[in-house]
Design a protein around this ligand. Structure first.
Ligand code: ARG
Length: 562
């Protein structure tokens, strides 16, 4: 749960403190001293004396005591004590003052991926079908990872790979022709034909043959099919774009896999030429990956490409265009094997790309079963978003002037849904309940948003003030707890970006929000006077800065009021 316990404190003040402690230890006789985070309840930083004790033939506790006695305490520490073979350091008020004053706009930004070009493929839905609940994870996860990497200085290319080349599209197009569709205007019209053909094709060899021919025509770019495909694209992509707009998700590049068919065919011939793939007796072109992985078909016997072939071409396309350092794909874990096969085939073809696949589990609305688009039973993305917003509206109502209630509910509903998705490690399935995820209490995005709103309220009431920690302030335990949590924000951002794990940041924000609550319950802010008031207001402001920045890295807005 608590990212803070895994790491050593970070931020400017912390790195200064760490150097101070290490220098003091070295002066006292510990060569190349490296401090770590102290165990809970044993101060803040610790120096383990075990290696040194072995070298000197003494007990670790004796060494710790000798060092503790000799150490000249630097400014950022109030104590250095020998305990169970460690020298444990306790931060001084000067440390908290420095840490607090370092938290201003831009705090937390890192340089760990400075200049790296990283492609991220996310959302990437199939054309011809409306977005449904299953699209939430890729869309929201990819967007957050992009933001996290950019905060570390990377040049990220967010890429939406719209799939309109496969069998499913061919079936839809066949349906439109076969059933004589005329007035198709919306994605629901398309869905109707999609469902109809899936029902009828089972008992109709004629339809199967027609769909096969349509696919061939699509691959050969025949005019009438191309025109129809264009129409399908237009109808289908407009609502997809509207959903991204509503969610606040954007892309730097958008491509269609049907545009990669020619390149995909070239990839397949290259693979054959390099003996990476071969044409089988049944006529399919296959990459033999057995026994390590199942074999990988790259061309059907009639020469048409597959999802697999187009992904080979896509990797090349992106590399030629962006010269990426790393290319990442965010999809359901049902595609884990597919990406292993793609990556291995590319490797055998001599592409030394750094490729990564992030697979995630299923997502359900509480009480819902796995639904099938083929049967027309879809839980549309928009319906899910509406449910979350409606749940948020119930929470908001009565608290807020009616004028803003709709906007606030939208921010809380969508923000909380994003948070609920991002908080879970990707491998796990998610079952969520709109009412629970938008509640103002609990491990929710709404709770973090609500905390930001509280800080806004306090700042607003405080009126004129500097909110700068006064010189030589003293800090009590609640103040110290919230400041150390805030100070580790840069480290959490770095870790979260390094592992591409937004959930680490989610956990952290919940920790900060709860430490803030404890601080606010124990340390009156507006009722305090003079320096005490300024110092506490500085803490409130720093909390607002960190929480707002953290939420924005997850693509979540905090409302002004609620
Ligand atoms: N359109 C695919 C699907 O809905 C996902 C595409 C993921 N990206 C990729 N490069 N294969 O299953």
């Amino acid at each position: 749960m608590d990212a803070l316990h895994r790491c050593i404190p970070s931020g400017n003040a912390a790195s200064k403190a760490i150097s101070e402690a290490e220098a003091a230890l070295e002066k006292a006789g510990a060569k190349e001293a490296r401090v770590t985070k102290a165990r809970e309840g044993f101060g803040d930083l610790a120096f383990p004396c075990f290696a040194l004790a072995k070298e000197k033939g003494k007990t670790p506790q004796d060494v710790a005591e000798e060092l503790a006695k000799k150490i000249k305490l630097p400014r950022f520490f109030s104590e250095a004590q020998a305990q169970a073979g460690f020298v444990n350091f306790v931060f001084s008020d000067a440390f908290y003052e420095e840490a607090l004053s370092g938290i201003a706009a831009g705090f937390g930004k890192g340089t760990s991926r400075k200049g790296d070009v990283i492609c991220i493929d996310y959302s990437s839905p199939n054309v011809g079908k409306p977005l449904h609940i299953g699209h939430i994870r890729s869309t929201v996860l990819g967007d957050a990872i992009k933001r996290l990497l950019e905060f570390q200085g990377a040049a990220v290319v967010g890429s939406n790979y719209l799939c309109d080349a496969g069998k499913q599209t061919a079936m839809l197009m066949t349906a439109l022709k076969h059933f004589g569709a005329k007035d198709i205007k919306t994605e629901n019209d398309l869905l109707e034909y999609y469902v109809r053909i899936h029902k009828e094709i089972e008992n109709s060899p004629e339809l199967v043959e027609e769909a096969r021919r349509t696919l061939e025509k699509m691959e050969n770019g025949e005019k009438d099919v191309a025109a129809l495909l264009k129409k399908v694209r237009t109808i289908s992509v407009a609502p997809i774009h509207a959903a991204y707009k509503r969610l606040g998700v954007s892309f730097d590049e958008e491509l269609y896999d049907s545009d990669l068919v020619d390149d995909a065919k070239k990839m397949a011939s290259e693979a054959v030429g390099k003996d990476v793939a071969k044409k089988e007796a049944e006529g399919e072109t296959v990459v033999i990956l057995e026994p390590a992985l199942p074999n990988f078909v790259v061309l059907r016997s009639n020469g048409t490409t597959l999802y697999s072939t187009r992904d080979l071409a896509l990797a090349d396309y992106r590399f030629k265009k962006h010269h990426f350092k790393e290319s990442v794909y965010v999809t359901a874990s049902e595609q884990n094997l597919h990406f292993k096969q793609v990556f291995e085939t590319l490797r055998r073809m001599g592409r030394a790309y750094s490729l990564k696949h992030i697979g995630f589990g299923l997502i359900f609305l509480q009480g819902m079963k796995k639904l099938s688009t083929r049967e027309g039973k879809v839980l549309l993305l928009d319906e899910v978003l509406d449910e979350c917003v409606a749940a948020a509206r119930k929470e908001v109502e009565g608290r807020e002037h009616a004028a803003n209630a709709a906007k606030t509910a939208e921010e809380i509903g969508l923000g909380s849904l994003k948070f609920a998705v991002l908080r879970v490690t990707p491998e796990k399935n998610i079952v969520f309940d709109p009412k629970a995820v938008t509640a103002f209490e609990g491990f929710t995005g709404a709770y973090v948003q609500y905390t930001v709103v509280r800080t806004n309220g306090i700042m607003g009431k405080a009126g004129k003030m500097t909110a700068v920690a006064p010189k030589n302030a003293k800090f009590d335990e609640h103040e110290r707890a919230i400041i150390s949590a805030l100070a580790s924000f840069p480290q959490v951002c770095e870790e979260s970006a390094r592992n591409m794990q937004p959930h680490v940041l989610c956990d952290y924000l919940l920790t900060v929000a709860s430490k803030f609550s404890a601080f606010y319950a124990n340390c009156p802010v507006l009722q305090a006077d003079g320096k005490e008031r300024e110092k506490r207001l500085a803490i409130v402001r720093a909390t607002k800065t960190v929480l707002e920045q953290g939420l924005s890295l997850l693509g979540i807005k905090a409302p002004e009021k609620m």
